[in-house]
Design a protein around this ligand. Structure first.
Ligand SMILES: [Zn+2]
Length: 276
């Protein structure tokens, strides 16, 4: 019986020996597994960050030809506001005219964020379409309205402060406001520039802040601007409920005047002289 007490030593030692021998390869396998897991996690995280982060590339104006992404606000089953003219009629006619002007200028290409007559549910989808088609600049055209018919003037909304492309968007907005003023528009807010935010518990209360308010807010702005990967501005061309505004920019010659104002601002943004 006492000899029994000694017998376990040998197997134990043998076992230890064996364990020591295979230890390096086990560690190696473990390290390889860990590295593989780390690589997978890194890949997954980078993919997720890529999907949700702001654009990673640094935007530059580059050189001609530039691709201009035009969005005629509303469309299809959504006619927008109704006034002396229908908002969608005005936005589509203006985009049509602006497209014709830009197509005569070989420094520009035009892509549309939606087809004429097409219904697009979310404004963000229009910006995504513009991005996909390689736009260097995105412009969404809308018409303002009110119940009194007294509201008037031009205003536009760049991407708000604190975003990667805020400065470039504001630069384009500034040219737009100047260009419309030169064509006779009365500018609303701070020289025609304002910021829109969705606030409140459900982020459904639209709050308009003046262009002079350069504070950075957490709130989202228009979906069209949020999803733009290039400088982007949403313009309220005129009040479709005000006769003087409609005469200036809302129908007939007014559409041509508005299109030319947009064209001049686009040229100014890309630092070239307009052809007309
Ligand atoms: Zn609208």
């Amino acid at each position: 019986m006492p000899t029994h007490t000694l017998t376990p030593i040998t197997p134990k030692r043998r076992y230890r020996k064996g364990k020591n021998k295979i230890l390096p390869s086990r560690v190696a396998i473990l390290v390889v597994c860990l590295l593989a897991i780390l690589a997978l996690v890194w890949f997954a995280v980078s993919q997720i960050m890529g999907l949700f982060s702001e654009k990673k590339h640094k935007y530059t104006k580059g050189s001609a030809p530039w691709t201009i992404g035009l969005d005629a606000g509303h469309g299809g089953s959504d006619p927008g506001a109704q006034g002396i003219v229908s908002e969608v009629d005005m936005t589509e006619q203006t985009v049509q005219k602006l497209m014709e002007i830009l197509q005569k200028d070989e420094r520009f290409h035009v892509v549309l964020c939606r087809e004429f007559g097409e219904t697009v549910e979310k404004p963000s989808m229009r910006a995504i379409e513009g991005n996909k088609q390689g736009a260097d600049l995105l412009l969404s055209i809308h018409g303002n309205s009110d119940t009194t018919g007294e509201g008037y003037g031009f205003e536009c909304y760049p991407l708000p402060p604190g975003r990667e492309l805020s400065e470039e968007s504001l630069e384009f907005a500034t040219y737009l406001a100047q260009s419309f003023e030169e064509m006779g528009a009365r500018l609303r807010g701070t020289e025609g520039i304002r910021y829109a935010y969705y606030e409140g518990e459900n982020e459904d209360v639209k709050v308009i802040r003046e262009g002079s308010d350069q504070q950075v807010y957490d709130s989202q702005t228009f979906g069209f601007l949020e999803y733009a990967e290039v400088p982007a501005v949403l313009a309220e061309q005129c009040f479709i409920t005000n006769q003087q505004d409609v005469d200036l920019f809302g129908q007939g010659e007014g559409i041509e005047r508005a299109a030319k104002a947009y064209y001049h601002a686009i040229c100014a943004f890309f630092e070239v002289e307009p052809l007309e």
